[in-house]
Design a protein around this ligand. Structure first.
Ligand SMILES: *[C@@H]1O[C@H](CO)[C@@H](O)[C@H](O)[C@H]1NC(C)=O
Ligand SMILES: *[C@@H]1O[C@H](CO)[C@@H](O)[C@H](O)[C@H]1NC(C)=O
Ligand SMILES: *[C@@H]1O[C@H](CO)[C@@H](O)[C@H](O)[C@H]1NC(C)=O
Length: 409
């Protein structure tokens, strides 16, 4: 009976939430202490706070800046105010937002860096929750035009004005950048396509690097196999935006924060995609995570990643034989030239990462001309998402990163 009541309360809560009413229906059902700590269906306070509010809560002054790209996208850039002589840029991965760096609160990387005095700047790539704006395109009315981008545009159009803005604001000639997952892809594409930006980056730290993708493991590998057909169908159905905050996040909350939700969302789905680490990602964390994730992406970006995997080439978007000729003056899309990515690169990998695998990082190390640090983290279960969301990242990752950062100060 008690279980039924709790379940009903949970369902009610989800329904109310999805209608965006500010009513708290989580009536404190009187019950003995044996009940688990996790309140079903409900977000934690941190689950409901955006980046700037979280930075304030954990003790730092922060603000949100606006950057307008050459092609009209209006990007949000978060800033935790620190020592302007130590600018640090954090570049999130696909389907995340800048929030990913701070939702572990006091033990998150953004706060750890702020404590060390860094002036922390945090991107929100085009198309994501905070950067779903354009000077004349409407993402809801013109999705085919607004979401016509991949990681290529995010690298070549989003990164330069962000980097230039930070250097201008801080009066520095160089900044340190940390990319996670597809955030690392952006650094490689930027270095290859806009080589002058190599000199503006003192050190580029790659967490779970994504570029050479020949050794995927887990569900991602199977997803890539059926990807072209699946994504092709979405294109036919004219679905251009994927995993958006306003559409997908409420669904994840409705499913993952219910009884059995952790098993379904984390054990079955997340760990099959990102690698298996139940210790690092405990059930309670879902009540914060699903206030922020997913953050939105484009179908074309997923298509591009699938192409990289299937064609076995880190190259520009493949439009097909005829269109390639028009767009690239070549039937094949040009490959990105790693030799031009001359910035100092530090690579960090987890042994249990199913996407940014150690085997692929080995190949990448041979392609990048300037790898100054290469490290597979010792913790056996370190997976793709532990870099930003792992409960034990302050123990099994941050110290190694800080050591490398200190060397380049
Ligand atoms: C975060 O950690 C600091 C230092 O350990 C502590 O003083 C502060 O109260 C913590 N903040 C929150 C909101 O937990
Ligand atoms: C998308 O962009 C590509 C190249 O940047 C262009 O060739 C194509 O026409 C665009 N598609 C739409 C629907 O605007
Ligand atoms: C297109 O490619 C051909 C053959 O590689 C080359 O001769 C020609 O100059 C190129 N045209 C342009 C406009 O770049």
């Amino acid at each position: 009976m008690k279980k039924v009541l709790i379940f009903l309360a949970a369902i009610l809560h989800v329904t109310v939430h999805s209608q965006k009413l500010e009513i708290d229906v989580d009536v404190e059902i009187s019950q003995p202490e044996e009940q688990p700590e996790q309140s079903l269906g409900q977000l934690t306070e941190d689950g409901g706070l955006e980046f700037v509010a979280l930075a304030n809560k954990y003790g730092f002054q922060a603000s949100e800046e606006t950057i307008i790209t050459e092609d009209g996208y209006i990007l949000s850039l978060f800033h935790i105010h620190g020592n302007p002589c130590k600018p640090m840029l954090l570049i999130h991965g696909n389907t995340a937002t800048g929030d990913c760096w701070i939702i572990r609160g006091n033990s998150s990387l953004a706060i750890a860096l702020a404590r060390r005095g860094y002036d922390v700047w945090v991107t929100n790539q085009r198309g994501t929750r905070y950067s779903r704006k354009h000077i004349f395109l409407d993402p809801d009315l013109q999705p085919d035009l607004f979401f016509n981008f991949t990681f290529y545009e995010q690298a070549v159009y989003d990164m330069p004005p962000i980097i230039d803005f930070i250097l201008q604001e801080t009066g520095q000639k160089q900044l340190t950048a940390i990319g996670w997952s597809v955030g690392t892809t952006l650094m490689y594409v930027l270095g290859a396509e806009k080589p002058e930006y190599n000199d503006k980056i003192k050190l580029a730290v790659s967490l779970a690097p994504i570029s050479v993708l020949q050794h995927l493991r887990g569900l991602g590998k199977w997803g890539a196999a059926i990807g072209p057909e699946g994504l092709g169908l979405l294109n036919l159905a004219d679905v251009q935006e994927l995993l958006s905050y306003h559409q997908t996040t409420p669904v994840l909350q409705a499913i993952c924060l219910q009884p059995g939700g952790y098993e379904l969302c984390f054990q079955i789905l997340f760990f099959s995609v990102f690698g298996y680490d139940p210790d690092g990602l405990e059930p309670e964390f879902q009540n914060t995570l699903f206030g922020h994730f997913t953050g939105g992406s484009s179908r074309k970006l997923f298509s591009h990643l699938v192409q990289v995997i299937k064609r076995n080439k880190f190259a520009k978007y493949d439009y097909g034989f005829e269109r390639n000729l028009i767009v690239y003056n070549s039937t094949e899309p040009p490959e990105f030239d790693f030799k031009k990515v001359t910035m100092n690169s530090a690579l960090f990998m987890g042994k249990e990462d199913f996407l940014g695998t150690v085997a692929d990082a080995e190949l990448l190390k041979g392609l990048l001309p300037n790898v100054v640090h290469y490290q597979v983290l010792p913790y056996e279960k370190f997976n793709h998402i532990d870099f930003v969301w792992g409960r034990y990242a302050p123990d099994n990752f941050h110290p190694y990163l800080m050591e490398v950062l200190d060397k380049y100060e």
